[in-house]
Design a binder for this molecule. Structure first.
Ligand SMILES: [Zn+2]
Length: 360
């Protein structure tokens, strides 16, 4: 039975930040500029990526005291103020803990709602009947972590933990050899395997007309797939802890999305049938990994010359990071809807029932 209460952040395994040079930085990065003020972060091309080798300048560590809280605040101003109030506590916690992150609740809701509308018929009408469930339960998988620690690594794959871009070893094992994850790979996060597992489960649900279970499995497909599109779910520097940008994870996936809300104009590619499932999942992993550069860079530019609590930081971060949030969430919508569609196609495109004929 799935929980229905809203997700709250869950504090999980401890982590001790290590020197960047020992964290499996890309080979081309290690040959590039690595100094006290810069951490070279790789070479990526294509959608969501950035051409050429780029560097993430280390952000200042200083924290200023909180400013005054205004009596009347717009939604965006409240989001900014909440960010300023919560940031010091959040950053302190990050010294000792790793959060079980996903896209924030609002992002998961938006992704699922848009994914329904991104489907071709007749699947769109079928999922529209269930859109309320799919949106309401979009963050259910995060809640499972509280009861089951083994759920934790299902939400990320740190591609650069034991491999370097473009991750030939992981591609060989995951795509070509179609292996199950090793213990080490599970520790680095096995979301790429989870996406395949739940897509195949959903396909099976469609095939044997198990419509109620299909609703639940569609939620899990969507959640894990969306998590993979969040660039900071693909890197060991998942919270900027290696580049003095602690707290960037929540700043990007929760605070930014909450502040932008409907200003995000998602433009996903239409849903398509995925013939090579593992290849498509790996492609999304690499695209997401490459987009990390834009996230780190937006944060670095926004904090340049000021602290994270400066009133000017968050508006600047919004300006610089909004395009990558838009692109990544659009990618999520396309990915999620394509996986739902693929599950149905692989099931043989079975006739879909009207709501009154559903098996609960
Ligand atoms: Zn998650």
């Amino acid at each position: 039975m799935l929980p229905s209460k809203p997700v709250r952040p869950l504090y999980i395994s401890q982590i001790t930040p290590q020197p960047v040079e020992s964290q499996g930085a890309p080979a081309e990065a290690m040959a590039g500029k690595v100094g006290p003020d810069f951490v070279t972060v790789g070479r990526c091309k294509g959608r969501g990526g950035v051409e050429g080798v780029e560097s993430v300048e280390r952000a200042p560590r200083s924290m200023a005291l909180l400013g005054s809280v205004h009596a009347r605040l717009s939604q965006r101003a409240r989001a900014r103020t909440l960010f300023r109030i919560s940031a010091p506590v959040f950053v302190c916690l990050l010294v000792f803990t790793r959060l079980e992150w996903s896209w924030g609740r609002r992002a998961h809701e938006m992704i699922n709602a848009h994914a329904v509308e991104n489907l071709p018929e007749p699947l769109r009408s079928y999922f529209r009947e269930r859109a309320g469930y799919l949106v309401e339960h979009s963050s259910d998988p995060d809640q499972l972590v509280a009861d089951d620690p083994s759920e934790r690594p299902h939400h990320f794959t740190d591609a650069d933990a034991d491999d370097t871009y473009p991750f030939p070893r992981l591609e060989q094992r995951f795509v070509r050899e179609r292996r199950a994850p090793t213990a080490a790979e599970r520790r680095n996060g096995d979301v790429i395997w989870q996406i395949e597992t739940y897509t195949l489960r959903l396909s099976r649900d469609f095939k044997i007309k198990r419509w109620g279970v299909a609703n639940q499995d569609a939620v899990f497909v969507a959640h894990y797939a969306a998590d993979l599109t969040q660039p900071l779910h693909t890197v060991i520097n998942y919270d900027g802890q290696l580049t003095h940008q602690a707290g960037i994870h929540a700043r990007f996936e929760t605070e930014l999305v909450n502040a932008l809300g409907d200003e995000l104009k998602l433009a996903p590619h239409p849903a398509s049938d995925v013939s090579e499932l593992r290849s498509r999942i790996f492609q999304e992993l690499v695209a997401s990994y490459c987009a990390r550069l834009a996230v780190f860079d937006a944060d670095r530019r926004a904090v340049a010359g000021r602290s994270y609590l400066d009133p000017g930081f968050f508006p600047a971060f919004e300006k610089f990071a909004a395009p990558v949030a838009d692109e990544r969430m659009s990618a999520a919508v396309s990915f999620v809807s394509s996986l739902w569609y693929t599950a149905w196609v692989r099931a043989g495109r079975p006739p879909l029932p009207p709501p009154s004929k559903e098996e609960k």
